[in-house]
Design a protein around this ligand. Structure first.
Ligand SMILES: [Zn+2]
Length: 270
């Protein structure tokens, strides 16, 4: 590493120190992102950059309560492969890889693991990986997407109707964190209104996610890669959204850390 050893970095400790830190039972955070198309205006690293920054800023604010693992920088992207540059990890590989990490952490005695996701299509796989970790180890393993850490704040700050991908929230938070890397002159709005009771793209204002789960090839859904309104993003919105997500993560970690793991009950015997 360069620079000082950081208190909240899992991989900045020696193995002897990790053996001691287990006794304090911090929440071990696994950030997961992707390397994926994000419109004409954003680099491929959006999901990695945003999820990492949210986790690291939260860890800076509560360094005794969380330990940050190195990030997984690739995700499940088979439906994005028409867009040059995207890297996909086969769904089963992705799940197995994540479970190998969470089970290793649990093996060393940590009882609270939290996966923080930055890429929507990772969510079903990460949910299964977290569940599998719970049933196969003595640990709790939870999952949260960074953009869900403060939904009321999102509803208050965001002005566009559709949130999905390379959209207002991702663009705004990226603008806040690194304005110069965003080509706002190339930002577009591509959103399809919710004209069905069951199926639409993304999370629609007032309706949330659609009842019908159907993920098509991304190139059938959008020309630019954007679903949502990237043009509605501003630095000011990004600052507020980022702060809300960071504070949400700190609060979530404190609550999750205190959540008791009660004994299982085997009901086979009367
Ligand atoms: Zn994204």
């Amino acid at each position: 590493m360069r620079g000082p050893r950081l208190k909240y970095r899992y991989d900045h400790y020696t193995w002897v120190e990790i053996r001691d830190i287990v006794k304090q039972q911090p929440v071990v955070i696994l950030p997961v992102g992707s390397t994926e198309d994000h419109g004409y205006h954003l680099p491929l690293d959006v999901d990695n950059f945003l999820s990492w920054e949210v986790c690291e800023e939260a860890a800076r604010r509560a360094p005794d309560e969380m330990l940050l693992l190195p990030q997984i920088p690739y995700g499940f992207e088979d439906h994005h492969m028409d867009f040059p540059g995207t890297i996909t990890i086969t769904s089963r590989h992705m799940m197995d890889f994540v479970i190998d990490i969470t089970k290793s952490v649990a093996h060393h005695g940590f009882k609270k693991i939290l996966i923080v996701d930055g890429h929507g299509s990772n969510m079903p796989l990460l949910d299964l990986a977290a569940r599998q970790t719970v049933v196969e180890t003595e640990a709790h393993c939870g999952l949260v997407a960074w953009w869900n850490l403060d939904r009321p704040a999102n509803a208050r700050i965001l002005t566009s109707d559709v949130q999905s991908h390379a959209d207002e929230i991702e663009t705004a938070v990226y603008l806040h964190l690194n304005t110069e890397a965003v080509q706002m002159d190339k930002a577009v709005r591509e959103e399809k209104l919710a004209d069905s009771r069951f199926y639409w793209r993304g999370s629609f204002r007032g309706k949330g996610a659609p009842p019908l789960l159907l993920m098509d090839h991304w190139s059938r859904l959008t020309a630019s890669g954007v679903i949502g309104d990237a043009t509605a993003a501003t630095v000011e919105k990004g600052k507020e959204l980022f702060e809300a997500a960071v504070e949400g993560l700190v609060e979530l970690v404190r609550e999750y850390r205190a959540l008791p793991i009660v004994p299982r009950v085997d009901l086979h015997q009367e």
